[in-house]
Design a protein around this ligand. Structure first.
Ligand SMILES: [Fe+2]
Length: 133
């Protein structure tokens, strides 16, 4: 699990808070997945995964609005990256995940949090570099 760190801050409070929230939701799912004492946790995990997807969609929208508001040149590329990630998330049928799929959920969570982490460090950080406006 990748933990939130201040390196992820891009310097826009609203966006930084949303990024942090994405990590928090993912962390919640990880913790539940690892909790062997929690009986019947899969419904909850599926619910958290859906929440993570919905929050990511909400966050992308607000990040895109911010990019447009400052006339960010990299907007089209960012928008395309967001759209293709959301498409991937939507292609995952959460309802079909049953209790034997611990490993599947772990890999899915790793994929999501790695993508978000790489995207923040590689793409979102550029938004606040003045040369890109
Ligand atoms: Fe972002």
């Amino acid at each position: 699990m990748i933990k939130w760190k201040d390196d992820y801050k891009i310097g826009v409070e609203q966006i930084d808070k949303q990024h942090q929230k994405l990590f928090e939701i993912a962390n919640e799912a990880y913790n539940l997945l690892k909790n062997d004492f929690c009986y019947d946790k899969f419904d909850q995990i599926i619910q958290i995964l859906a929440e993570l997807r919905d929050y990511a969609i909400y966050h992308f929208q607000s990040e895109e609005n911010y990019m447009l508001s400052i006339g960010y040149k990299g907007y089209p590329l960012q928008k395309a990256a967001h759209d293709s990630f959301v498409e991937k998330l939507n292609a995952v049928n959460l309802d079909s995940i049953d209790e034997n799929q611990n490993q599947y959920i772990l890999e899915l969570l790793d994929f999501i949090i790695n993508w978000i982490s790489d995207h923040i460090l590689g793409a979102d950080k550029l938004i606040t570099q003045s040369s890109n406006r």
